[in-house]
Write a protein that binds this ligand. Structure first.
Ligand code: ADP
Ligand code: MG
Length: 687
């Protein structure tokens, strides 16, 4: 099975894309379907019948035996419940059934998915409904139909619906703006997203020996390996054959699903890698990223490896992020964040840029929120990931343009051309200048923004939803102003200038890893929400709630439920880690210390010293474990969620850190024969 021998045929061969649809569905039906997707109207019954029938025949031809509605509940995973096509027909016969009803709607029991209180007030039943904007696909002989997921009374229980809603909101406002700028042709605007996925690969037998990796996805202790990433020899290094074999296998699987896996390379940390797909429409990019994560894990398993998607599997080396490359384009193929080829394009570019800058400044806490969870707390703010402070990098050239606009002076570029907003000369940005600041959470990279805060394990739905919504809101305010203006060109100029002047503070081209940035950001009044616990309350601040409800992203109830889930999931993760750590200390580390102590004789000075050292660290560890246990008991007894959040984020994390500190010291002196867990050298340097 090699895609290289027959690329075109294999690519997308498990995806019911337009080419496949054409073979199973009449052109007339497809035309109606396309129009319904474009205008977001309900499919006529007959059309849905025909599509269901065509989809079934395609799936059966591909060897599928089951179908499922495939959705994205609020736990960040994907969910599926398989139904066989086969049903009895008459006394001895059977037939394969899949009708319009099964295509359009499912009724999975919602009661065991996170609902943040929505469930207690409503029926347990949940509804899944076909999302015709994302193609169906086959995975393991199962026809998977991408769907949205909601409660009986319509409250949304998934991550896809808000994403779709935010795309609609942005489309409405962007088209409005384009009309005001004299563009009578663009009919719709879509968001393009390319999500770079970082991950670790480690040998499966070693993974299985560590409960922390199995239960929490990261090591909860582990002394530094003698070698980490100081030689910078892994990034872009030669890829080892075992890893190449994994990557080839992964690519082939992704390609059959129509996921255009494009870039692959070694990342900074030992055993760390990256895969970047070619960008696509945001909804599809989101579906594809969810699938990519799943398939990475499965392919790794076949290679006797384990793919770790956690943000920080190992302390002391880089963690994994998921850079979300994001841009907005028209149905005519124009990128609205590209400076373009005419001065009029430049004005449009500057308006979109200014609106985005303003939006990020206004709603920084919401963006921060979209990447705040326990796993990402291990990574953000370290010297490898963007700091927890939201700022935007635009590069020195664009910054100079912005400053000249703010000063109301023409901008003179290197070739002595002038740029005045809304008039004359062309702004052409040199690509190098906007490309390479790796320390910024939001970076302009030529014709798109790269949001670097999201972590490697998370769904990109929420970050993209908020980016879309923020821009939609700002464009709406711009359109309201421009529609009422008497002198529109003048109004446009002052609008751009005003937005840039008032929100200049969010631009930062310097080194985000530098400690001085924290003080500088504080001086500028930018928030430094250092961790999830500090961020959670910001989600429901008045401004964010207004933004999300007024743009139709969430209802108030949906906001409350998401807030509750956010909090519960943070606490849940932290508590599981605390319990796992305790168990490993009690069942594994204490025994190792004792065995080591018994193995030491007392005749030599070094033996006496080691006995003293290990014994005293063992005592310290006992005390630290008891303190952690006490905090866990306190957590269990706490009545309200806020109190639990406080205990989890302050006491549990601090006490886990203390346990870890001592365990790591012990690991360093105890004879490897007695240490019950694979160490960092084995985990990261075996392959
Ligand atoms: P980097 O140098 O940042 O590591 P990569 O090539 O790894 O760059 O990834 C860049 C990602 O951005 C890819 O997924 C690519 O398809 C995506 N991308 C490129 N252009 C756009 C665009 N206009 N809109 C959205 N995503 C884009
Ligand atoms: Mg990359």
């Amino acid at each position: 099975m090699s895609i290289r021998t027959n690329e075109n045929e294999r690519f997308g061969s498990n995806l019911f894309h337009e080419k496949a649809m054409k073979q199973y569905i009449s052109e007339g039906t497809l035309a109606v379907w396309r129009e319904c997707v474009r205008t977001r109207t309900v499919l006529p019954e007959k059309i849905a019948d025909d599509i269901a029938d065509g989809m079934k025949r395609w799936a059966l031809d591909k060897g599928a035996t089951h179908y499922t509605h495939w959705f994205q509940p609020l736990n960040g995973e994907t969910a599926e419940k398989h139904e066989g096509f086969l049903i009895p027909d008459g006394r001895d016969g059977f037939r394969m059934e899949f009708s319009r009803k099964e295509l359009l709607q499912g009724e999975p029991d919602a009661s065991s998915f996170p609902s943040g209180g929505l469930r207690s007030t409503f029926e347990a039943r949940g509804y899944s409904a076909w999302d015709p904007t994302s193609y169906a696909f086959i995975k393991d002989k199962v026809l998977c139909i991408p769907t949205v997921f909601c409660t009986y009374s319509g409250e949304v229980l998934d991550k896809k619906t808000p994403l779709l809603r935010s795309g609609d909101a942005l489309n409405r406002q962007a088209v409005r703006i384009l009309r005001l700028l004299g563009d009578g042709q663009t009919e719709s605007v879509t968001v393009n997203v390319g999500a770079e996925q970082e991950y670790f690969l480690i040998p499966k037998p070693l993974f299985q020996q560590r409960e922390d990796l199995r239960l929490c996805g990261r090591t909860l202790f582990g002394a530094d390996a003698p070698k980490k990433q100081e030689l910078e020899d892994h990034y872009y290094g030669q890829i080892k054959p075992e890893i190449t074999a994994f990557m080839q296998d992964l690519n082939e699987e992704l390609w059959t699903l129509g996921i255009c896996a494009k870039t692959e390379h070694n990342e900074v940390a030992p055993a760390q890698y990256e895969m970047a797909p070619f960008f696509s429409d945001a909804n599809i990019a989101n579906d594809q990223n969810q699938l990519t994560m799943e398939i990475m894990k499965r392919v790794a398993d076949r290679h006797d490896l384990v793919c770790l998607l956690h943000e920080k599997p190992f302390a002391g080396v880089n963690g994994s992020g998921k850079h979300v490359n994001w841009s907005v384009g028209t149905d005519r193929g124009e990128n609205l964040f590209s400076p373009g080829t005419t001065p009029a394009d430049n004005t449009r570019f500057l308006l979109f840029l200014a609106a985005f800058i303003k939006g990020v400044d206004e709603y920084a806490s919401l963006l921060r929120c979209s990447a705040a969870y326990a796993g990402n707390d291990q990574r953000l703010g370290g010297n490898e990931a963007p700091p927890a402070i939201i700022s935007i990098f635009v590069g020195s050239e664009l910054e100079a343009v912005i400053d000249s606009i703010i000063r109301d002076e023409p901008y003179v570029d290197q070739t002595d051309r002038f740029l005045t907003v809304g008039k004359d000369v062309l702004l052409q940005l040199s690509k190098d200048n906007t490309d390479r600041n790796r320390t910024s959470p939001v970076a302009f990279t030529g014709n798109k923004f790269e949001f670097r805060m999201p972590g490697s394990s998370q769904s990109i739905a929420m970050p993209v939803t908020y980016l879309n919504t923020i821009l939609a809101q700002e464009l709406k305010e711009c359109a309201d102003r421009l529609e009422g203006a008497e002198d529109r060109p003048q109004a446009l100029r002052s609008l751009i200038r005003e937005m840039l002047s008032e929100h200049r503070r969010i631009l930062f081209n310097g080194n985000g890893y530098d400690q001085s940035w924290i003080a500088e950001a504080e001086r500028r009044g930018l928030k430094n929400l250092r961790n999830t616990a500090e961020t959670i309350p910001e989600f429901v601040n008045e401004k964010n709630v207004r933004l999300l409800t007024e743009n139709g992203i969430y209802s108030l109830k949906e906001i409350e439920s998401r807030n509750e889930i956010h909090l519960e999931s943070y606490c849940g993760t932290t508590v599981i880690e605390a319990r796992t750590l305790l168990e490993m200390i009690r069942k594994g580390i204490f025994g190792a210390v004792s065995a080591f102590l018994s193995s030491l004789g007392g005749d030599f000075y070094f033996e006496k010293e080691l006995t003293k050292k290990a014994g005293s660290l063992g005592n310290d560890l006992l005390q630290a474990a008891e303190d952690l246990e006490e905090a866990l008991a306190e957590y269990d007894a706490a009545a309200d969620p806020e109190a639990r959040l406080k205990i989890a984020s302050e006491k549990l994390t601090a006490r886990m850190a203390e346990c870890r500190r001592i365990a790591d010291l012990l690991e360093k002196i105890i004879d490897a024969r007695f240490w019950p867990y694979p160490n960092y050298t084995q985990l990261m340097f075996t392959i």
